[in-house]
Design a protein around this ligand. Structure first.
Ligand SMILES: NC(=O)c1ccc[n+]([C@@H]2O[C@H](COP(=O)([O-])OP(=O)(O)OC[C@H]3O[C@@H](n4cnc5c(N)ncnc54)[C@H](OP(=O)(O)O)[C@@H]3O)[C@@H](O)[C@H]2O)c1
Length: 267
């Protein structure tokens, strides 16, 4: 089975590359943004006509949550328009699309885990653009998997864990928001989950649609920071603060725990 991975140099893309050797039955083609710019429909067409992939895992995205507030056009170009181009190519070449979305499609006003069927209401441009991408896929395709995840971290790229370790080492003390709750997700676990879809023996047994996948432990950014420093055996003073003490351009959901029971039942 042939698997095309876009955005191969991001956190998820690099974790997929790390896992690829364990899946000898799959023939991967990894494309960085330089090798395949998903905003260029002709590049997508060329790649799909050359490879004719069975699966396309879209690990490419505009992920700069705060910057998106002032770069709305770029965020929508990558997260909506380009995702539409991928969906059209998948339709033409009979490719199953596995697309990754986000907990930021929700507004965080619930206080129990979000299910796939819960009402969406993104608070900022990033979440709006990711939701628009989800909708574009559903308009174009019947055979798709949209996997919403949250608080992704890894040893690659930019993420909360790496930021905490850097600040902790530099300053010895950090203040971290303690009134936003979510589930940190290791990008390797996410990569493994996406490959479980590809590798499912009988794809008809894995119904197409939207799935929530995240780490199993619900926490705040503050408690996540404590865990990160404990694991790294780094002595850092961590002070809990309210979101109001850490203003950011983009508003974030106060509660974005995803209910992954549909995922767990399916796999
Ligand atoms: N990070 C999180 O906390 C989080 C939370 C929930 C959901 N997600 C979702 O999870 C997925 C993976 O996230 P991630 O953390 O792995 O993101 P990431 O590390 O920011 O990687 C995104 C990748 O997309 C590439 N890209 C950007 N524009 C592109 C384009 N026009 N064509 C091709 N590639 C392009 C980037 O390449 P360049 O570096 O060259 O620009 C980068 O390698 C995304 O869909 C994201 O929305 C992430």
């Amino acid at each position: 089975m042939k698997v095309l991975v876009t955005g191969a140099n991001g956190q998820l893309g690099q974790c997929l590359q790390e896992l690829a050797p364990q899946f000898q039955n799959l023939e991967f083609t990894f494309c960085s943004s330089h090798e395949l710019d998903i905003t260029q429909q002709s590049q997508i067409e060329d790649k799909f006509s050359e490879l004719r992939p069975d699966f396309c895992i879209n690990a490419a995205a505009y992920t700069a949550v705060d910057k998106a507030e002032s770069e709305s056009d770029r965020a929508f170009l990558i997260n909506e328009t380009a995702v539409g181009y991928l969906a059209l190519a998948c339709k033409k070449y009979n490719t199953s699309l596995i697309h990754v979305s986000t907990d930021f499609v929700f507004d965080g006003t619930k206080n129990t885990p979000y299910q796939e069927t819960d009402a969406v209401n993104p608070l900022g441009v990033y979440g709006q653009s990711k939701l628009a991408g989800e909708q574009r896929i559903q308009e174009i395709l019947e055979s798709f998997y949209i996997v919403r995840t949250s608080w992704v971290y890894s040893d690659y790229g930019h993420n909360f864990k790496k930021t905490m370790l850097r600040l902790g080492k530099e300053r010895g003390a950090v203040s971290v928001v303690n009134d936003q709750r979510g589930c940190p997700t290791h990008a390797i676990d996410l990569a493994q989950a996406l490959l479980a879809i590809v590798n499912a023996k009988n794809h008809k047994a894995v119904p197409y649609g939207i799935y929530h996948f995240c780490g199993n432990n619900e926490m705040t950014w503050y408690s996540f920071a404590i865990q990160i420093f404990e694991e790294a055996e780094l002595k850092v003073a961590v002070t809990p603060i309210p979101t109001s003490d850490f203003p950011t351009p983009a508003k974030r959901p106060a509660y974005s725990v995803l209910d992954r029971s549909k995922w767990d039942q399916t796999f």
